[in-house]
Write a new protein. Structure first.
Length: 214
């Protein structure tokens, strides 16, 4: 598997995990997890019939049809494998992710691995309200885009202002620092010529937070 983003997601998965890849697209992650023996079990779901059909074809090509069960489903709503304990949701908007999380009551989910396309601060806060706390985050640069992957569990973890805005501090990750520099550039650009003082003060505060960690 060539995708650095998917390999980063896979790095959060342990051998004992029973994984559901929700919105699996072409099932590249599920196939990788089985081929590399990364987890005990993996299923793949997608709400899009055409995407799931391609996923099933890719699974067949790898002779993994007995190892990876697929479901046409909105999240886990149509999934009968009630032993799933780890959920991967990647490449969706924050509101869609939260909708999926709202329908997990029939499962004993211990871990979420999340990569959203937008509203990271909103997602971090609302997952806390649903009992999932951000433990770790990693950032990767791929295809001219920064992808932030978060690990959430049921174990309580505090979340300060900087973490709420910019995630868990990742000392050794060059992509994370580059991501923060880009965020700082965006903030500085927004401040230019801004006459709305409440917004300007908020952006100034974000600028100071970012500079502190760069």
């Amino acid at each position: 598997m060539k995708s650095k983003r998917l390999k980063l997601i896979a790095s959060f998965i342990k051998k004992e995990d029973k994984v559901a890849d929700i919105g699996c697209d072409h099932a590249y992650l599920a196939i990788y997890l089985k081929e590399e023996n990364c987890c005990q079990k993996v299923i793949a779901t997608d709400i899009n019939h055409n995407a799931l059909k391609i996923a099933q074809e890719n699974i067949l090509k790898k002779n993994l049809e007995q190892e990876i069960k697929t479901y046409l489903s909105d999240g886990l709503l149509m999934v009968s494998d009630k032993d799933i304990d780890t959920v991967v949701i990647a490449g969706m908007g924050s509101h869609t992710i939260l909708h999926i999380i709202d329908n997990l009551e029939d499962f004993s989910i211990k871990k979420l691995i999340i990569q959203t396309n937008n509203n990271l601060e909103f997602l971090r806060l609302n997952l806390r309200k649903k009992g999932f706390y951000l433990q770790q985050e990693k950032t990767v640069w791929e295809k001219n885009h920064y992808y932030v992957v978060g690990l959430y569990t049921r174990e309580y973890k505090s979340l300060n202002k900087r973490e709420r805005l910019y995630g868990k501090y990742d000392f050794e990750n060059k992509d994370y620092y580059n991501y923060l520099f880009e965020e700082l550039s965006l903030v500085l650009e927004k401040i230019k010529g801004l006459k709305n003082w409440p917004k300007k003060i908020k952006l100034w505060y974000q600028k100071q937070l970012l500079k502190k960690y760069l």
